[in-house]
Design a protein around this ligand. Structure first.
Ligand SMILES: [Zn+2]
Length: 430
C-alpha cells in the first residue's frame, strides 16, 4: 500500500510537468502569431505603395522580353488564316494582317515550306510590329507597321545570299549521321540524304565501318561567309562494301526534278510486280484450295508458271537474308530491300551465281532459276512481298513509279550527268 501511493505521486508529477510544457508552448505560439500578423500588415501596407506597385509591374514585364519572334514554315494544306491563328493576338489584329497579305500580289499563292517570321512587341496592345514572308531563297517581303500604327507597309528585300556548291566526302567511322556532322553537313542535308537512299538502303543494318560517302550540295552564304541555309543535294554516292550507290539530281521535264542512278533509273525504287520474264500468272494472292494439301488455305503469294530454268530476278535492290531450303517452299531466296519491304522467291531449281546470305543484289539481278522444289505440282515461281512484317498482295502494291529515263529524257540526263561529274572532279581538285 505504501509503495503504491509513492508511485501515484510520481505519476502525478509527470502529469503536472506535461501541462506546464503545453502552457509554455501555447504562450510562445500566440506571441509568435501576433508578430506574424503585424509583419503581414506591414508588407501589405508597403504593397499599397504605388511606387512599389509600378516597380513590380516593370520587373514582371522585364522577365518576358519586350520583343519576341514567332517563326513558322508552311505545311501542305495551310492557308493564311491558319498561320495567323497561331499567333496569340486579338481578332482585330489578325484581320488586319490577313488584309495586308491579301493585297500583296506576290503572295497570291501560298507555297509549302514558305517561311513566316512575326516580330511581336509584348508591351503594345497591337502586338505584331513587323512580319516577313519568304518568297524564295533569296527574296522576302517585309511588312512593317506605319508610324501612325494603323497599317503595314511592305518592302521587298533581296537577301544578299550567295549560292555555293560544296563537296564533302568521308569514311564512315561510327554512324553515318556522326560522320556527316563531323564534316559540318547541316542536319537538313543529312535527312534528305537518308530519305533519298531510303528505298535502297536500310541505314540500321547496311552501313558498315569503313563504308564511305561523297556528296555535292548547295549552301547559301551571307556577306559574313556564314551558312544561312542549305539547298538541294546535286550528287551523292554511298559506297557500301565496295559497291557504289550513286544518285544525280536531274530535271527530266519542266519543274519535275528527281534523283536517278547512273543508269537513269529513279532512286525511288519500286519493287517489280513480276520478277520473271515470259511467265504466266498461275495463281494469285488470296484464299484458294491448296493443290497438294487439298484444303482451302490462304495463298500468301503470287505464282508465276514458267519452264524450269527460267531466270528469276531480284525485284528490287537489297540484301540476301536467306538462300537455302525453306521446307514447303523448296529452295528459296529472301531479300530485304529496306526497313519496310522484303521479298521471297520459292521453289527454285538452283540459286543464281554468288547468291548467298549477306550478299547485296541490285534490281533485276538473277538470283535463281525456276524449279519445282518443295511442295509444288510443277515448275513455277512463288513470289511473296512482305511489308512491315506482313505478307501483302504484290500485284496491288502502291509504290512510287520507279521511273526509268528513256529517249530524249535519257539523252538529256547523260549530258547533265557528265556536267555533274565534271563539277565533281573540279570540286575535288580544289
Ligand atoms: Zn504460291
Amino acid at each position: 500500500m505504501k509503495y503504491f501511493s509513492f508511485s501515484t505521486i510520481r505519476e502525478y508529477s509527470i502529469f503536472f510537468f506535461l501541462i506546464l510544457i503545453i502552457i509554455i508552448v501555447l504562450i510562445i505560439y500566440s506571441i509568435n502569431s501576433d508578430y506574424k500578423k503585424e509583419n503581414l500588415e506591414k508588407i501589405n501596407s508597403s504593397l499599397d505603395n504605388t511606387y512599389l506597385k509600378k516597380t513590380i509591374k516593370e520587373i514582371t514585364n522585364n522577365l518576358k522580353p519586350r520583343f519576341t519572334y514567332f517563326e513558322y514554315s508552311t505545311k501542305s494544306g495551310d492557308n493564311y488564316q491558319d498561320i495567323v491563328d497561331k499567333l496569340n493576338i486579338n481578332k482585330k489584329e489578325k484581320k488586319k494582317i490577313i488584309e495586308t497579305i491579301s493585297k500583296e500580289k506576290k503572295l497570291k499563292v501560298l507555297n509549302i515550306n514558305q517561311k513566316f517570321i512575326f516580330k511581336l512587341d509584348n508591351l503594345s496592345d497591337e502586338k505584331v510590329i513587323e512580319f516577313r514572308v519568304e518568297t524564295g531563297k533569296k527574296n522576302e517581303i517585309v511588312f512593317s507597321k506605319s508610324s501612325d500604327k494603323n497599317k503595314f507597309l511592305s518592302k521587298i528585300i533581296t537577301k544578299n545570299f550567295k549560292k555555293k556548291i560544296v563537296y564533302k566526302e568521308t569514311i564512315i567511322k561510327d554512324s553515318l549521321y556522326n560522320s556527316a556532322m563531323n564534316l559540318k553537313i547541316s542536319p537538313n542535308v543529312i535527312l534528305e540524304f537518308a530519305r533519298l537512299y531510303g528505298f535502297q538502303i536500310d541505314f540500321q543494318r547496311d552501313i558498315w565501318k569503313d563504308d564511305s560517302f561523297q556528296i555535292i550540295y548547295e549552301e547559301f552564304v551571307n556577306d559574313n561567309k556564314e551558312v544561312i541555309d542549305t539547298g538541294d543535294i546535286i550528287f551523292a554516292n554511298l559506297n557500301l562494301q565496295n559497291i557504289d550507290y550513286q544518285l544525280y539530281k536531274f530535271e527530266y521535264s519542266k519543274n519535275k526534278i528527281d534523283y536517278f542512278d547512273e543508269n537513269g533509273k529513279s532512286v525511288k525504287k519500286t519493287l517489280m510486280k513480276t520478277p520473271i520474264n515470259g511467265a504466266r500468272l498461275s495463281s494469285s494472292y488470296g484464299k484458294r484450295k491448296h493443290p497438294i494439301l487439298g484444303y482451302t488455305k490462304m495463298h500468301t503469294g503470287t505464282d508465276f508458271a514458267a519452264p524450269s530454268g527460267t531466270p528469276i530476278m531480284a525485284s528490287g535492290d537489297g540484301k540476301v537474308m536467306k538462300a537455302g531450303w525453306c521446307g514447303g517452299g523448296g529452295n528459296c531466296v529472301k531479300i530485304k530491300h529496306n526497313s519496310t519491304y522484303q521479298t521471297v522467291y520459292a521453289h527454285m531449281s538452283k540459286f543464281g551465281k554468288g547468291i548467298k546470305r549477306g550478299v547485296r543484289v541490285k534490281q533485276g539481278q538473277i538470283i535463281g532459276y525456276v524449279g519445282s522444289t518443295g511442295l509444288s505440282t510443277g515448275p513455277h515461281l512463288h513470289y511473296e512481298v512482305i511489308e512491315n512484317g506482313k505478307k501483302v498482295n504484290s500485284q496491288k502494291l502502291k509504290l512510287p513509279s520507279g521511273k526509268v529515263l528513256k529517249g530524249s529524257e535519257r539523252k538529256n540526263f547523260e549530258v547533265a550527268k557528265i556536267k555533274i561529274d565534271v563539277l565533281k572532279s573540279n570540286l575535288i581538285s580544289n
